[in-house]
Ligand binder design. Structure first.
Ligand code: 13P
Length: 249
C-alpha cells in the first residue's frame, strides 16, 4: 500500500506572518490525522517561519525549487544545502509554471531533481501536458518524454524518495479538474514509464500525485482512484480550512 501524500504549493502567496497565521489555524484541524503524509511548500521567504511553526507536528515543509549547484553566483536561486539547513525535507521540481514562464527545460529539471535526491530531499517532480498537446492526442508521448528526460542518469537506488506529480497544465488554476478516470489513465502511463526506467518494483511503490484544481469538493473522488497517490494543491491550499478539508478528504 502506498501512503498518500497531500501537498500544498503556495506559489507566490503569503508573507511570514501570514504563514504563521495559516499554521495556527491549520495544525489543530489536522493534528489527529496520520493516514496520509502532509507537506506544505511556501515561498522561500516563508520557509523558516513554516519550519518553526510545524516543529513536532505531522506536517512537513518543502521548497518550490532547488538549484543543482551547492552555492555560487546564481542570483535568485537556492541550493539543496540551504533548504536542508532550514529543516526543509521536500522540494517541488519542474512545475509547469517554471517551465512556462521561467524557461525551465527537461534538462534543468533533471539537474534539479538529481541535486535534490543527492542531498536527501524528497523531490516532487511535476509533469503534464498543455491543452494543445492533449487535443492533438500527444498526452502519453509528452508524459513519457518528460519522465525519460527528468529521470535521465538517475538510478533506482538514488531515486528511492522520488514522488511524481501529474499536473495537466490546462487544469491548473482554471477550475477545470481532470476527471478521476482521465487522471488515473495519465498516472498509469507515468507508472509504466517509471517501470521501464527503474523497474517494476520501483514503479509499484512510486507515489504519483494529481494536481490541477483540486478542491475539498472533488478531492475524495480523485483520491478514490487506486492510481492516484495524493494531491498537489495550489489555490485551495491557501486557506487553512479548505486545505484541511482536502487533507481529510
Ligand atoms: P491549482 O490547485 O490552483 O489549480 O494549482 C495546481 C498546482 O499548480 C499545484 O502545483
Amino acid at each position: 500500500m502506498r501512503k498518500k501524500l497531500i501537498a500544498a504549493n503556495w506559489k507566490m502567496y503569503k508573507t511570514p506572518d501570514q504563514t504563521r497565521e495559516f499554521f495556527r489555524e491549520f495544525l489543530p484541524l489536522v493534528s489527529a490525522h496520520n493516514r496520509d503524509e502532509v507537506v506544505v511548500c511556501p515561498p522561500d521567504i516563508d520557509l523558516a517561519a513554516a519550519v518553526e511553526a510545524t516543529k513536532s507536528s505531522n506536517t512537513a515543509i518543502g521548497g518550490q525549487n532547488v538549484h543543482w549547484k551547492p552555492e555560487g553566483a546564481f542570483t535568485g536561486e537556492i541550493s539543496a544545502a540551504m533548504l536542508l539547513a532550514l529543516g526543509v525535507t521536500h522540494v517541488i521540481v519542474g512545475h509547469s509554471e517554471r517551465r512556462q514562464y521561467f524557461c525551465e527545460t527537461d534538462d534543468t529539471v533533471n539537474q534539479r531533481l538529481k541535486a535534490a535526491l543527492e542531498a536527501g530531499l524528497t523531490p516532487i517532480c511535476c509533469v503534464g501536458e498543455v491543452l494543445e498537446e492533449r487535443e492533438a492526442g500527444l498526452t502519453d508521448d509528452v508524459l513519457r518524454r518528460q519522465c525519460v528526460r527528468a529521470f535521465h542518469a538517475v538510478s533506482a537506488k538514488k531515486a528511492a524518495k522520488l514522488v511524481v506529480a501529474y499536473e495537466p497544465v490546462w487544469a491548473i488554476g482554471t477550475g477545470k479538474t481532470a476527471t478521476p478516470e482521465l487522471a488515473a489513465e495519465a498516472h498509469a502511463v507515468i507508472r509504466r514509464e517509471a517501470a521501464e526506467i527503474f523497474g517494476e518494483d520501483f514503479a509499484a511503490n512510486l507515489r504519483i500525485l494529481y494536481g490541477g484544481s483540486v478542491k475539498p469538493e472533488n478531492a475524495s473522488a480523485l483520491m478514490a482512484q487506486e492510481e492516484i497517490d495524493g494531491a498537489l494543491v495550489g489555490g485551495a491550499s491557501l486557506d487553512a480550512k479548505s486545505f484541511a478539508a482536502i487533507v481529510k478528504y
